[in-house]
Design a protein around this ligand. Structure first.
Ligand code: PLP
Length: 410
């Protein structure tokens, strides 16, 4: 077993492995610690050539110790698509999109829940619950059902209806919450003892960060074991940023990659931008205890980026700062236009994925990106999940070709 225990991302204290309660006594987040020497014995660059096209190809760097407990639906190893035309237009050395929408549940949440649910199975847990803006709920529902575990999901009322509908389809007990994701989280915390739920919310357990870590490893492998200069990521709770950062620390510690860490850019939608605000206050000298607490005045759309209180904002900010990255907020309008631009290139992107394109354009305009930069965007889900149910009113309805012609000639 390569999993050794947990360490605190803030004070570095080490403790034995556990699958719940990821807060260190110092307030930092506990992360999984591996025996990298034993990882290196069986996980080599050459050995990977012969492994499955799934994120479990990196099993030595995942925390599940019993292979029979791995719960998989075919997640990971998503395409990395080059956007050559736009490299010239935007004057970038390389521009890539990681197509995370192609995961089994239609979003990159599959990765985190594949690992989280495997750990639940290993620990013989029978009931799991999650607060979610939709994609985490449907991923928990799918993986839990696959593992024979009951799932309970709590989703804000205004979240995309198709994603909500998916949850009972995958067999989850599904409740809509009149509030935000933190209100949904409060329901689970209040009920978990009586109901016997294990909370698999962001940073409540170790598996989701580890699963998202595979995005980082995979990206490095697909780029021939190098890092891109810049990663633009639509950020909500931040487990993807934390996971990819951890991936790169581990790849460096293994001696597989020597180049500089990529710069992490967090993109959020205006109207819920705690990372943008947090970074600004840190630049103005505020310490971690004085970070603004964003609760009121949330006006952004119900997407995975709408997380007013990320569970470890301090860790996200430290990563962004250490990497030399930044955080930006983009408007609804910019996101909608970006979705059209990506759509016109054959790429179905969710608002979160579109936000990374909008962020890219902003950073090109401001001169933050330079012509020598290689940039990777994360398309974390596809447009279909966010479509309204029913046909759009704006589209014409016809019965036959005559009507079509009449319409076109009108
Ligand atoms: C959850 C989610 C995000 C935010 O990801 P984090 O790693 O939690 O910050 C972005 N996009 C989509 C589609 C999501 O479901």
């Amino acid at each position: 077993m390569t999993r050794m225990g947990l360490y605190c991302s803030r004070c570095s204290m080490q403790i034995p492995f556990r699958y719940q309660d990821m807060k260190c006594v110092c307030g930092g987040t506990l992360l999984v610690h591996y025996d990298l020497e034993s990882v290196a014995k069986t996980m080599t660059k050459e050995a990977l050539w012969h492994r499955s096209s799934s994120m479990w190809r990196y099993k030595e760097l995942l925390p599940v110790s019993d292979p029979d407990c791995v719960v998989s639906l075919g997640e990971g190893w998503t395409p990395l698509l080059r956007m050559s035309n736009w490299e010239q237009k935007l004057q970038l050395s390389e521009l890539w999109i990681k197509r995370e929408e192609q995961n089994p549940t239609g979003s990159f949440k599959s990765r985190g829940f594949s690992v989280a649910v495997s750990l639940l199975k290993e620990s013989k847990v029978t009931k799991a619950a999650v607060p979610s803006n939709g994609n985490a709920a449907s991923a928990l529902a799918a993986y839990a059902s696959r593992a024979g575990i009951a799932s309970f999901v709590f989703i804000p009322l205004d979240c995309p209806s198709l994603i909500v509908e998916e949850c009972p389809l995958y067999g989850a007990s599904t409740c809509l919450v009149d509030g935000f994701i933190h209100d949904a989280a409060a329901i689970i915390e209040a009920g978990k003892k009586d109901q016997g739920w294990v909370n698999v919310g962001t940073l409540k357990e170790p598996g989701r960060v580890e699963g998202k870590k595979t995005m980082g490893i995979e990206l490095a492998e697909q780029l021939g074991w190098t890092f891109p200069d810049v990663i633009i990521y639509p950020t909500g709770g931040g487990s993807g940023i934390i996971g990819m950062w951890k991936a790169y620390l581990e790849l460096k510690a293994l001696g597989w990659i020597q180049c500089d860490m990529p710069k992490f850019v967090c993109v959020q939608e205006e109207g819920c931008q705690p990372i943008v605000e947090g970074l600004r206050s840190r630049r103005n000298g505020a310490d971690r205890n004085a970070l603004p607490s964003v609760q009121a005045g949330i006006t952004s759309s119900p997407t995975g980026m709408r997380v007013p209180n990320p569970p470890d904002l301090d860790l996200i900010l430290s990563i962004v700062e250490q990497s030399g990255g930044t955080a930006i907020a983009v408007s609804k309008q910019q996101i909608a236009e970006a979705g059209q631009t990506l759509g016109a290139q054959g790429i179905s992107s969710s608002p979160e994925g579109s936000a990374t394109w909008a962020g890219l354009l902003t950073l090109c305009d401001s001169g933050w990106l330079s012509p020598s930069d290689s940039v990777v965007l994360f398309n974390t889900s596809h447009a279909m999940k966010y479509a309204a149910s029913g046909v759009p009113d704006s589209l014409p309805i016809i019965k036959n070709y005559e009507e079509y012609l009449r319409l076109r000639n009108a």
